[in-house]
Design a protein around this ligand. Structure first.
Ligand code: HEM
Length: 150
């Protein structure tokens, strides 16, 4: 069917549609806005997850362990987009950039370790999951805290 509406009447509508995102809310970058501090909640989730995982793996509770590791992955992702309080003490711009990329890479290391735990669990290999937790997750807590925690 042919549209009989003159083109000049449709143009304002098209323009309004183009500007819709402005009305719908902030751009995606603002949604992942970086907040200094505010890591405590993610860190508490990681802490509880690590304790729970040790227990669940000890009892070969794969479903429970998978649930916990997913929560830890989410917490690690959120922490990765935050700023540790210690960053405020680094004043030189180049040093601060180095500090922040190191921090982010450390959390990527943690995410990789958590993915290894998950992969082992999916394959039903509880021993491998425990090994990944002990060698790839727990040590990252220590090295992360040594470098980035006040
Ligand atoms: C499984 C691994 C980890 C666990 C269980 C863990 C646990 C915790 C806990 C319990 C706290 C104290 C939170 C509070 O005071 O309420 C904390 C704080 C903190 N953690 Fe972790 N953490 C882990 C990994 C990491 C990593 C990899 C980094 C850095 C790359 C990191 C950086 C920090 C920082 C910077 C703070 C202080 C909060 C701030 O400065 O805003 N953590 N963590």
């Amino acid at each position: 069917m042919k549209c009989s509406t003159p083109l000049f009447l449709l143009a304002p509508l098209a323009l309004a549609a183009l500007s819709l995102p402005t009305f719908l809310g902030p751009p995606a970058s603002a949604a992942t806005q970086i907040v200094e501090g505010g890591l405590d909640e993610s860190m508490q989730t990681l802490q509880a997850g690590m304790k729970g995982l040790d227990k669940a793996l000890g009892k070969s509770e794969i479903g429970k362990a998978l649930e916990l590791v997913s929560g830890m992955q989410k917490a690690a992702h959120e922490a990765k987009h935050g700023i540790p309080e210690k960053a405020a003490t680094v004043t030189d711009a180049a040093e601060k950039a180095k500090f922040m990329s190191g921090y982010r890479l450390k959390l990527i290391e943690l995410e990789r370790g958590l993915l290894d735990v998950e992969a082992a669990l999916i394959e039903g290999k509880v021993e491998d999951a425990q090994k990944a937790l002990d060698t790839k997750v727990k040590p990252v807590k220590k090295s992360g805290h040594d470098a980035y925690k006040d």
